[in-house]
Design a protein around this ligand. Structure first.
Ligand SMILES: Cc1ncc(COP(=O)(O)O)c(C=O)c1O
Length: 359
């Protein structure tokens, strides 16, 4: 029996989730955000599946170049912009669109002789205080970009800090600040990430920027992907490679952290933190086997986890075990690990083979 730990990437689910974005944002264009290797799903896999999006958003130049060199002709938006004149020139030569979020980037545009003109998205800091030009500087920054001969158009964007919490007034405040700052300035507007699209209709504007919902993750607190008709794209699966009958009072795994309170059938599953499964998954984190949720017991090791099979009849070596995906939303695992589905997806390591599934 080979190790057989796989991340199945469901192309139909990706396309379905894009259609859910269209449902929530019917009049908007879509920057499908596929940075960080398509949130761990494979950059090109995802770009090819989402070819109906109007464009792709990536974090930095290398990701955009990889897409272009692989034949992706869509508009590409570099969300962190260019960091030096060499990057700027390379980006402009390939007609990438660039976010500008700090003065140095404006100065670079003014002072670098470029091979072509460039479309800019000016990022305004409406309260997240990560990247962006402050609202008091907006008019000056916008005017300098408008005056820059190498800039063909200036579009306007911001990013939300708390849109995952539908009870938090911060998002409405950010939308208000954005609208009053840009006023009637020309240019397309883009505010909404996934949570904006699902939860904040006033943020839709001209272009939306979904990431996690394309992969079937849920960005809204206390909700599940199914509540929004989203389907999981990545199903992380492995196999049962061992079964141990452990007597009451015996312990399992490193540090003997878990002790059986009754005779327990322990299943050993071939996945661990060497595959990107979170080491800090607590006791009780569920896996799916034979249609049942079985809890993890003991510590996650590099190559294996141990689960309690007492409620899983007939389990035997070779049985498939789903860590998340179809039948077990990644959010259920993430909440047990003190993290978010984004991180679970991104952390899958290269020894886990990604296999595309087309139906
Ligand atoms: C500027 C920007 N827009 C959109 C997104 C997509 O966010 P989400 O995956 O929450 O939809 C991100 C992701 O971090 C981002 O940085």
């Amino acid at each position: 029996m080979s190790r057989d730990t796989r991340a199945y990437i469901n192309v139909a689910a990706l396309k379905h989730n894009l259609s859910r974005v269209r449902h929530y944002a019917p009049h908007q264009k879509i920057w499908a955000v596929i940075k960080a290797d398509g949130y761990g799903h494979g950059l090109l896999n995802v770009a090819n599946a989402l070819n109906n999006a109007e464009g792709f958003g990536v974090a930095h130049l290398e990701e955009a170049i990889e897409l272009r060199d692989s034949g992706i002709l869509h508009p590409l938006l570099i969300l962190e912009g260019a960091w030096d004149t060499e990057e700027l020139t390379k980006a402009v030569r390939r007609r990438f669109q660039l976010v500008v979020h700090q003065w140095e980037q404006i100065e670079m545009l003014e002072n670098t002789h470029l091979p072509d003109s460039v479309v800019i998205w000016l990022k305004i800091d409406t309260g997240m205080h990560r990247l962006g030009i402050g609202v008091n500087d907006f008019s000056r920054a916008y005017q300098r970009l408008q005056d820059c001969k190498q800039v063909s158009s200036v579009n306007l964007m911001t990013h939300f800090s708390c849109a995952d919490n539908l009870n938090d007034p911060t998002t409405l405040k950010q939308i208000g600040i954005f609208n009053s700052t840009v006023g009637s300035s020309s240019g397309y507007r883009s505010l909404a990430n996934s949570a904006g699209i699902l939860g904040w209709g006033d943020s839709l504007a001209d272009w939306v920027r979904p990431g996690i919902i394309l992969y079937g993750g849920c960005p809204i607190r206390n909700k599940m992907p199914g509540d929004f008709g989203l389907k999981p794209v990545m199903t992380l699966q492995s196999k049962l490679i061992g079964i141990q009958n452990v007597a009451m009072g015996e312990s399992v795994g490193y540090g003997a952290k878990w002790t059986a309170m009754e005779p327990t059938r322990i299943g050993v599953v071939a996945i661990g933190y060497g595959d990107g499964y979170p080491r800090h998954a607590v006791e009780g984190t569920p896996v799916l086997i034979r249609g049942h949720l079985a809890p993890i017991v003991g510590m996650v090791s590099m190559d294996m986890i141990t689960i309690n099979l007492n409620d899983v009849e007939g389990a035997k070596n070779g049985d498939p075990v789903t860590l998340w995906g179809d039948g077990l939303p990644a959010e259920r695992v993430a909440e047990k690990c003190g993290t978010i589905s984004y991180e679970l997806f991104c952390k899958i390591t290269s020894r886990v083979k990604k296999e595309m599934v087309y139906s």
